[in-house]
Design a protein. Structure first.
Length: 359
């Protein structure tokens, strides 16, 4: 198939961009012809996409809506796509209009359904969601169930992280090392993680916490660190690829208060870490309902502390949860995501397909 993906931009450190880039590169590997249209010229994936055989077209320096629409229309007239797949709200609006004019099948993909504008993604003839929880939320927002196609996120084997297996971290962790990779804003539950870690250190003073990410509340979070923990809690700049750092750590924690189906959970499981995640949105689905990782209530730092103490009490407890992280981990591949996405494309194009069953 000839597939056009539409994005607002192609910056790193954005989960929707990562999911779309992983998908596009894998679709090329599966012998499809793939074009990514970015509404702006802002981004950092041009080299990777070119190396993987994905054509990147940047439509407008300033994301002017009319220029974007005209530019996308021109691209689509030239390449004659079988389907257009939009991944963000602005790109969905532009993509819908261009696809309507040229009568090309149009679908959307929803990751963050908590956005107040997420209902606009219902413009797609079919709507892919990153997990079942997002599909349920979109249905509650008024998107008919018959349009929704949940495909659980997966990133294992993606071109974006493939080369990381040859890369070492730029610094060494002090062990035992607890890590998180997330945006520095309250939705990610960073204050709960910091509080829980500080509680756990009373029992295990040797542990260290490394928080990778950037965001508007980073300085506020740094002020939550009490004087007894300043040398054991380190705020790190975001890195292009989390994989080598995950492989060097002991425990991964994601304390989110809302999070659709974060790709970093897949990466932490691939790295063989013991994983602690909150029981919100798609995180339980990514952790096999608690069989492949520990689930705690959101806004419950005492539960995070209890499990950190439990995991680090002896090596066998930690190793047990490392082994559990590998349960059905092979279903979190980008290959499976690409195959199921193409099944949705064929469905919207009116081609006969096998029944799509959410993993």
């Amino acid at each position: 198939m000839l597939i056009v993906h539409v994005l607002d931009h192609h910056w790193r450190y954005n989960g929707m961009v990562h999911a779309a880039v992983d998908l596009a590169c894998e679709q090329v590997q599966q012998n499809h012809q793939v074009v990514i249209c970015s509404l702006t010229n802002q981004g950092s994936f041009a080299a990777l996409l070119a190396a993987q055989g994905v054509e990147l077209i940047q439509l407008s320096p300033k994301a002017n809506p009319m220029m974007n629409l005209f530019g996308l229309w021109r691209v689509m007239r030239r390449v004659r796509p079988d389907v257009v797949h939009a991944h963000m709200i602005r790109s969905a609006l532009v993509g819908f209009c261009a696809a309507k004019i040229l009568r090309v099948p149009f679908i959307t993909c929803v990751q963050n359904s908590f956005s107040k504008y997420a209902k606009l993604m219902g413009l797609g003839a079919l709507v892919i969601t990153g997990c079942n929880a997002v599909a349920e939320d979109m249905e509650q927002r008024g998107i008919p169930r018959y349009k929704l196609r949940p495909i659980l996120n997966g990133t294992i084997g993606s071109a974006r992280i493939r080369e990381s297996h040859e890369v070492a971290p730029t610094f060494s962790f002090q062990r035992p090392a607890v890590v998180t990779f997330c945006g520095m804003h309250s939705r990610k539950g960073v204050p709960d993680l910091i509080t829980g870690f500080q509680m756990a250190r009373k029992s295990h003073p040797e542990m260290h916490l490394y928080l990778f990410g950037e965001g508007p509340e980073r300085d506020d979070f740094a002020r939550l660190v009490n004087s007894d923990n300043t040398s054991h809690i380190t705020f790190c700049e975001p890195v292009p690829n989390a994989a080598p750092y995950l492989r060097a750590a002991d425990v991964f924690v994601l304390a989110s208060l809302a999070d659709p189906a974060p790709l970093v959970i897949c990466e932490a499981r691939e790295a063989g870490l013991a994983v602690i995640g909150t029981r919100v949105d798609g995180i339980p689905e990514l952790l096999e309902g608690g069989l492949a990782g520990i689930l705690v209530k959101p806004h419950a730092p005492h539960e995070i502390a209890r499990w950190l103490v439990e995991l680090l009490r002896d090596e066998e407890a930690l190793e047990q949860w490392r082994r559990k992280s590998q349960l059905r981990v092979d279903r979190l591949t980008v290959r499976r995501v690409a195959e199921q996405s193409v099944e949705v494309y064929r469905e919207v194009c009116g081609e006969p397909v096998f029944a799509i069953v959410a993993p």
